[in-house]
Structures are given as C-alpha cells and as structure tokens.
Design a protein around this ligand. Structure first.
Ligand SMILES: Cc1ncc(COP(=O)(O)O)c(C=O)c1O
Length: 465
C-alpha cells in the first residue's frame, strides 16, 4: 500500500484504473422482523435513521484504503499520557469504582485551574465543570438541557454533522447560516479565512425563538479559526437576542501560522451565556478514551448536571484519572517547547503543508486551514473532466467522487456536502474533506516516531473504523 500521502495523491492523478472493490462477506445473515402494531421508534428519530458516516466508513473498511476520512490519529498518545493510563489501570484499585458523578475531582480541579486562567474566570470545579463521555457527550447534554420544543438553534455551515440531529432530537429547529467563500483569483491560494459570515444574513437568522447558536472554532470540516472581529459579531448578536452560545473548541490547540484561538467565553459579557466544550481525545491524541468536558456558568451548568445525573450519570474513572494527570503534566510545560500542545501543533502543521502540496501537485485546490486537523479541497476540475461518475442520478457529486476514489484509488475521504443542510448540499457538492493528522500525511510518511511506533499498527485502526 502507499507509504505516504504524496504517493497516494500521485496515484489519484493517474488515469482511471480498474481496481475492484473487495467482496463483502455479509451473505447468509438471516433477519427476523418483530411484528408490532405500534410505531417502534420514538418520533424524535424521524428522518434521522440514515447517517452518511455509516455508509462511507463501511465502504472504506470493505475496501483496502488509506483512510484519510475519519478524524482520529493513527499513532499513540504521548508517553506521559500512556503511562498515566497504565498507572490508572494498575494503581489504586478504587479507580475501578464510581467517582463523583460530575467528574473525578482531580480532573475537575485541573480543568477549572487550567481553563480558568485561559478564560479569565475564577472557576469552581463543582459548579463550572462537567466531565462527559467525549465532546459528543458534552454536546448532547447541552442540547438536552437547554433546547426545548420549537426552540431555534443557529448552526453555521459547514458544520460538524451531529449538531443538526442533536437539535432535532431535543425538539428544536435548526436554522442554518452558511459561511460564504470569497472567490480567489486564478493562481491564488484558498484559505479557510476567506470563508466568512455575512453579518446581515446572520443577524436576520435571530428571532424571538432563537435559544442557542453553535460555534465551532477551529472548525470541522473547514479548519476555520474565527477572528476576534467575527467572534465579537456573534457575541453581540447573542447578547442582543438573549441567546446561549454552545462553543465547540475541541481543536483549540491546533491553530497554525501564528493565528490565535480565542474562546468566545473570554469576551466581555459572554461567560454568562456560553458553554465551552473540549475533548481529551483531540487534546492528547486519544480519541478512544472518550473523555470530554463542558465549562460554563453555574446557572447553565446546573441544567446540564440534571441531564447527566439522569442519563449517563458517570464517566469511566480510570480514563478521567489519566486525563487529569496528563493535564497536570501539561500545565507544568504549557507554552514551552516541551509542551505536548506545542509539539503536536508543529507536527500537524508540517502534515498540513505536506498534504496541501500533494493536493496541489495533482491539480486540486485545497482550502488551506488555519486550524484543526482537517482540510477541504475543491474537486471542481474533476467534476468537469469526469462528470458522469457512477452513482444514483440524484446523488451529490462529492459522494460519487469519494466512492469512486475509495474503489478505484484506495483512498478514502469524506464528501463535504454531508456537512450541509439538505437544501444547501447542492451548492457545496464539489469539495471533499481529508483528515491530515495521520502519520501517512508526513513527508516520508512511512517513518514513525518512537511514540507512534508503539501504535498497534494500521490494522487495528482500520478495524476500529
Ligand atoms: C468539532 C467536533 N466536535 C466534537 C467532536 C467529538 O469529540 P469526542 O471524540 O471527544 O466525542 C468531534 C470529533 O470528531 C469534532 O470534530
């Protein structure tokens, strides 16, 4: 298979080849259907049963692909985090038991200290921090706690796709506002910062029913880092219309080229109305640990605690302990060359640059991200050269393109139209998203560092997909 991303993309540039999909071995399954007169599923699930991720992840795993689709590292977390986890598992046997429902005390304490300084807030571990099952759990708890039947939730497109079903499952109505790309001149590079909100359009989305706005910076899939001026615009509209901001900042340590991550909660008047969400999975390259958190003022957090208490109740203690010790270590090195956040950022920026060059070398136009570990690339040229890729007639071009690429080029990505609401998908069907955190995205990607060599290998990762 491919040793590095340059090889993958040069293969992509070649003519159409006849690489065949591996045969599925699902034959022979028998299904029994339970006959019930009542509708089985709750109405809140109406329209949500088809998830494009399932289709694309399945397709990637059925074919022998280089997986630059799903967003997780294919290397080990840093040594100190691995050791922390091992210590949590083999040390104090009480770490096998429940801890405090809202978070393991050393973890809520270090999160309160660490982020209290960054946000300029005195934070109380018990009141301002909630530990959740990953950032997914944090988002779900926030939507369930705050969004009511008929409430409107403003979502900025393209968006991390779960925001929409989470709004719907809470009974809310998603209201979409797209970032608008400004056209670049021929030969000029595209940057995620060229995708901007239209201030009038955004303002017009706020109504008396607007309950929340979801912000994601750095964003997935675009890699946009919202500027201070953009955040001030969002903040002033939230304050004017008495709206809560759910701020998903899971990629906050991955901000490139000297740009700055700004938490909207740190702007004047925003702490009181913001929930700031983070992920240990993204922070310490350990997505399988599924430890996340929400930070916010007690008057919002108490409702999240009610949801948490009556649903998940508690997150695994050992994983929380490992995250607590990892943060304590990071706190001592913060801002120094020895900081994992600094090292991960440098390594990821190199990968971004390498993937960008590789894409450009095959005639694609990547939108260079300022942050996160994703980038989207414009496939319009492919669309004009190969408009008739196989697929259903009404299937978006980017979906057909990704399926073609998986089957014929052994490379998987994610079509960007799935990060848009249905009415807007047809306008954004000429981009695909690549995840460039993978080891293969380094120049000479076959070589791995001492910590990444401990990864159980690509096979394990593929199986997890
Ligand atoms: C923007 C964003 N938010 C939240 C999550 C979920 O994070 P976690 O794995 O901690 O649940 C992801 C994962 O890809 C993400 O990209």
């Amino acid at each position: 298979m491919f040793r590095n991303v340059a090889a993958i993309f040069s293969h992509l540039a070649g003519p159409l080849q006849g690489k065949k999909a591996g045969a599925s071995s699902l034959a022979g399954c028998l299904h029994q259907t339970v006959a019930m007169a009542k509708q089985l599923q709750a109405r809140r699930l109406d329209g949500l049963d088809k998830n494009p991720w399932v289709e694309f992840i399945k397709l990637a795993s059925e074919n022998e692909t280089v997986n630059l689709g799903q967003g997780f590292p294919d290397f080990a977390p840093p040594d100190f985090a691995m050791e922390a986890f091992q210590h949590a598992v083999s040390g104090d046997f009480m770490l096998n038991q429940y801890t405090k429902a809202f978070g393991y005390p050393p973890l809520t304490k270090v999160l309160a200290d660490f982020f209290g300084k960054l946000l300029g807030q005195e934070m109380e571990p018990l009141k301002n921090v909630l530990v959740t099952v990953g950032a997914y759990g944090a988002l779900f708890t926030a939507f369930q706690a705050l969004v009511d039947e008929g409430d409107e939730v403003i979502i900025i497109e393209p968006y991390f796709d779960c925001y929409e079903p989470m709004t719907l499952m809470a009974g809310g109505r998603p209201v979409f506002v797209p970032l608008k790309p400004s056209p670049s001149q021929d030969g000029e590079l595209d940057y995620s910062s060229n995708w901007q909100l239209d201030p009038t359009e955004l303002a017009n989305k706020f109504t008396s029913r607007t309950k929340a706005l979801v912000l994601n910076t750095p964003s997935n899939p675009l890699g946009k880092v919202f500027s201070k001026a953009e955040l001030e615009l969002v903040a002033s509209l939230c304050q004017q219309h008495d709206v809560v901001c759910i701020s998903d900042e899971v990629y906050q340590w991955l901000v490139f080229d000297g740009n700055q991550h700004i938490s909207i909660a740190s702007l004047p008047g925003m702490w009181e109305r913001t929930l700031t969400i983070g992920s240990a999975g993204k922070t310490f390259s350990a997505t399988g640990w599924k430890v996340g958190w929400v930070l916010g003022p007690d008057q919002l957090m108490k409702h999240l605690r009610t949801v948490h208490q009556n649903s998940i109740f508690h997150c695994p203690t050992q994983a929380q302990a490992a995250v607590a010790w990892s943060f304590e270590r990071e706190q001592q090195h913060f801002g120094q060359p020895s900081s994992y956040f600094v090292q991960l950022l440098q390594a990821t920026q190199h990968k971004r640059d390498h993937v960008t060059r590789s894409l450009q070398s095959v005639g694609l136009r990547p939108v260079i991200p300022q942050g996160s570990y994703f980038l989207i690339t414009d496939i319009s040229d492919f669309k004009s050269k190969m408009p008739n890729l196989p697929g259903a007639e009404d299937e978006a071009y980017d979906r057909r393109f990704v399926k073609w690429m998986i089957k014929n080029k052994g490379l998987s990505a994610i079509p960007v139209s799935i990060f848009y609401s249905v009415p807007h998908q047809k306008h954004f069907d000429h981009y695909v998203r690549f995840c460039f955190i993978k080891v293969k995205c380094r120049a000479g990607g076959g070589k791995v560092s001492s910590s990444s060599s401990r990864s159980s290998g690509k096979k394990g990762s593929t199986e997890l997909c």
